[in-house]
Design a protein around this ligand. Structure first.
Ligand SMILES: [Zn+2]
Length: 122
């Protein structure tokens, strides 16, 4: 199996509903999103999946979050909190829809900084 990864970033604010602590208050992060793809075969050039295409598909997903208040954007505008974990799951699902069948999303890691990350991997 081959795995490749690409990382993109966006800036956005959020607050965590029901969290007892500072994160219940409005605050922002420079979010990091690392996507890892897996495939059994390489193309004729010898690559698993084009990094540029992966970056573009990730940016297509996160562009609507950039410089926004995440709690006002679906699916985080109701009860689902915009936590790193929920963002990772959402981005995983959306990215999987955009890839050819032989390319699997292996995991999505979302970080509020380099120090704190959450990973969704089925
Ligand atoms: Zn936060």
């Amino acid at each position: 199996m081959y795995k490749i990864s690409a990382t993109v970033s966006f800036a956005a604010a959020h607050n965590l509903r029901g969290y007892e602590g500072a994160c219940e208050q409005l605050h922002g992060h420079n979010w990091l999103v690392k996507a890892t793809l897996a495939t059994e075969k390489l193309n004729t050039v010898g690559i698993a999946y084009d990094f540029k295409k992966l970056k573009q598909k990730l940016n297509d997903i996160i562009d609507r979050f950039d410089h926004q208040f995440l709690n006002q954007i679906p699916p985080f505008d109701q009860q689902l909190n915009p936590t790193s974990e929920n963002l990772a799951h959402y981005i995983f699902t959306e990215l999987a829809k955009k890839l050819p069948p032989h390319i699997q999303v292996f995991s999505i890691e979302v970080g509020e900084s380099h120090k704190y990350t959450a990973t969704y991997q089925p």
